[in-house]
Design a protein around this ligand. Sequence first.
Ligand SMILES: Cc1cc2nc3c(=O)[nH]c(=O)nc-3n(C[C@H](O)[C@H](O)[C@H](O)COP(=O)(O)O)c2cc1C
Length: 486
Amino acid sequence: MPIGGLGEFVDILEENGELKRVQAEVDPDLEIAEILRRVTYARGPAVLFENVLGHEISVLGNAFGSMRRLELGLEMKDFSEIGKRIAEMTKTNIPSGLLGKLKRIPELSKMASVFPKEPSDSGPVTEYVCAASSADCTTFDDLPILKSWPRDAGRFITFGMVATRHPKTGVRNLGVYRMQIIDGTHALVHWQKHKRGAEHGDISRDDGERIPAAIVIGAEPSTIFSAVAPVPEGMDKYLFSGITRREGIKTVRCKTIDLDVPANAEIVLEGYVDPANLQDEGPFGDHTGYYTPVEPYPVFTITGVMMRKNPIYLATVVGKPVLEDAYIGKVIERSFLPLIQMFHPEVVDFSMPPAGWFQGLAVVSIKKRYPGQAKKVMMGLWGMGQLSLTKTIIVVDGEIDVHDINDVIWAMTTRADAARDTVIIGGAPTDTLDPASPLVNFGSKMGIDATQKTPEEGYTREIQRPVGPDEGTSDLVDSRWDEYRI
Ligand SMILES: Cc1cc2nc3c(=O)[nH]c(=O)nc-3n(C[C@H](O)[C@H](O)[C@H](O)COP(=O)(O)O)c2cc1C
């Protein structure tokens, strides 16, 4: 059985020596965040804070802050499996005729098993239910929400998944967007312009509507991963979670809004976002390592709460890389490679170095067959979902190791000529968090074609051979290595 929820994941982490419990009393105001940053920078374990000042609820942090913990959470070692499964599904030709159906039933039933279950009225998260109109209903003030950095505008939910539904197509979304607490029942939702939640909000605003939304805290690790993952356009994130864990997730109906949410969640704050009601959000110390400036974002209002009896509050801390989100980003990079290759088969490998906070820099290696192919790949990636926000793309030849920054620098400095091989595109969308772009969400891109230039690309000089030992000498030194006693 795949992992059912955060509590189960905590047990698994503990059994594998990947979790420490802290019983000393700790303050959610700055102290927990500073502890988590120190532990994460030192590549330490997940931490469960069981004695949080002023709160009954434990706080879990750094739960996904290593590749090992992500392997345990997503129950796989090779994350490219996820992309391969999606690519396979898109290839499955669902037949319309009865004969075809009979022939393909095993494939169809395999697919059906990963579909989200029909929503029910109860599940683990409905152990406690209340409407915001009742005086003793849980509010933001009852949750151990952290303040991370001294100059942050206040307390922020940092690992909440915001559930919405596309107002026209009904496709469900989950996005991890930080939420700045205004008071007990109001918060600001920091869904950046290019994200799906913001698109849902914009459609509702244009229709003069508020959009039902729920903040979901904790769930199956695969669901948490799906909320961060840039899944192919139009794909239901609940389905993506099911594809990742190989079994469809259970869902429950919200009690005060028309939305269904993961039944295995720890806490669900139901409500609505009024996309026409914007207020100043920030500053917040984000994963670029800088405080993001104050910008207007819409207000979320709680209408009801569902919660487990003893929920775990999942949090993360961000700051100058490398912190917890870097490991999650690595898994996204690995799991989406097969999908990139589906559209660009020449791509050999792909890397988004964490120091470049993912949207800052991508390195892609290709097997070049024709002139200008590196630029074709750059343009393709800048047109693919959230990769469109990537500021710099370096394209290298297939034998260059994109994960070895020295190899990449070597290729860049020996195969690229600045004037010939640099592409600058102005007036392009940029990541909201980019501190260098001239305007928020709008700036420029840089592509560097660091592949070996060919005569077809106008390179008339002799192509210099990379150095390397001859086979005979190499074998000789291999066979005599122990004799040298070095
Ligand atoms: C810890 C963490 C915090 C994040 N905070 C935000 C945020 O505040 N706003 C935002 O737009 N994206 C944020 N993201 C990135 C989104 O979760 C990510 O882009 C996701 O793919 C969005 O999903 P969507 O495109 O389906 O809406 C965060 C990611 C992580 C891991």
